[in-house]
Design a protein around this ligand. Structure first.
Ligand SMILES: [Fe+2]
Length: 375
């Protein structure tokens, strides 16, 4: 009875039994990056969150991240450190020299390989994982990603001494006008600091949906903690699916109430590097007009937020991460195939990254959406 009161909404005996068997796993996940109020009845427990479980995880994760950042402080100059810690992002225009950028840009635009697509609302995201075999054939791209200064900047902002996962990514907007893209709502990716980075290969403007970030929103002000608390108490009952799974959504009115500044839209020229702590509030800006796209090198890094050690950068670990990503995606492919559907990240034509969105493609996407599985 106590267990049901604390963790479960269901009163079905079988559901309760299964959940009780999984309890050690659910409890252990408190000390990981697991974030879903919906799928973990401990993390989503109304009682425990009223008692402050979620807020304690937020505060502890932030403190441990600061410890790792302190260990890695020698990786970047003091002005960049201060700027990143104050604003939650770094923006560096003209990151590469003109020739370097031209070579890299040409190389990426001719890249072919296993491209996967995700359809969210009216937006298509195309990604190609930059695994070692791909980089071997693309020396300018490899040169950038293995450059010591660049690599150290990535590691510091990720508060983790290991190489992020790199992709070439293309965001194609307005492919199905009228259907909302969930990434256009302001949100925090998860309850702890995480890093994402974009080296834009196209100019970015209101035409192709600029990344938009609320400066300083990654900091744990008293107002932010109260907001986290209120959301966690609603937890699994939050209406928005992404929010109930731990990526909390926020309105512009709430942002103002938290005393935060106006959001910054990164309308920037090609060859601008933006690195953000996506625990702060951000969104994909509106893309005005018809089908449009932007191409970028994209990095992602997330670690166990409660691990105080920054770690080591082993090649085998990077290769194992790529293998794990591949295996997971292939498992999702098989699962979707059995249902006669497409996986959320399904394989598309190998030139999809570079292909510019056309009206007829937008229509084809509408038809394809009907096939996309929820796996
Ligand atoms: Fe996000």
């Amino acid at each position: 009875m106590l267990y049901r009161f604390a963790f479960m909404k269901s009163s079905k005996p079988l559901t309760l039994l299964l959940s009780a068997i999984k309890t050690p796993l659910y409890l252990a996940q408190i000390f990981t990056g697991a974030k879903s109020f919906h799928t973990n009845p401990v993390i989503g427990s109304h009682l425990l969150n009223v008692m402050g479980l979620h807020v304690m995880r937020v505060v502890l994760a932030a403190a441990v991240t600061r410890l790792r950042l302190f260990c890695l402080r020698g990786f970047v100059p003091p002005d960049q450190r201060a700027s990143f810690l104050r604003d939650g992002y770094l923006k560096i225009e003209g990151y590469l020299g003109e020739d370097e950028f031209r070579h890299l840009n040409d190389e990426v635009r001719s890249m072919r390989g296993e491209v996967r697509e995700c359809i969210q609302g009216d937006t298509l995201t195309h990604r190609l994982l930059l695994r070692d075999e791909v980089l071997k054939k693309h020396p300018f791209c490899r040169g950038l990603l293995t450059n010591k200064k660049f690599s150290r900047l990535m590691k510091y902002t990720a508060s983790r001494n290991s190489t992020p996962i790199y992709y070439v990514q293309s965001i194609k907007s307005n492919m199905r006008p009228g259907i909302d893209d969930p990434q256009r709502t302001f949100h925090s990716d998860t309850f702890h600091p995480t890093m994402k980075a974009w080296l834009f290969l196209d100019d970015v403007s209101d035409r192709n949906g600029p990344l938009t970030y609320v400066a300083g929103s990654q900091r744990l002000s008293w107002q932010r903690l109260k907001w986290e608390y209120r959301n966690s108490v609603s937890g699994s009952k939050l209406e928005n699916t992404y929010a109930s799974r731990g990526s909390l959504r926020i309105t512009e009115a709430e942002i103002q109430k938290l005393g935060l500044p106006e959001p910054t839209a990164f309308r920037v020229p090609a060859n601008t590097l933006v690195i953000a702590n996506t625990h702060g509030f951000h969104r994909r800006g509106e893309a005005i007009g018809g089908p449009t796209s932007r191409l970028e090198l994209w990095a992602y890094s997330r670690t166990n937020p409660f691990n105080p050690l920054p770690g080591f950068d082993f090649n085998w670990y990077r290769r194992a991460s790529h293998f794990a990503i591949d295996s997971y995606l292939r498992y999702q492919d098989r699962k979707a195939e059995k249902k006669g559907a497409l996986a959320s990240w399904h394989i598309v034509a190998d030139d999809a990254l570079q292909a510019l969105p056309m009206e007829k493609e937008a229509v084809a996407v509408a038809e394809q959406e009907a096939l996309v599985s929820t796996v």
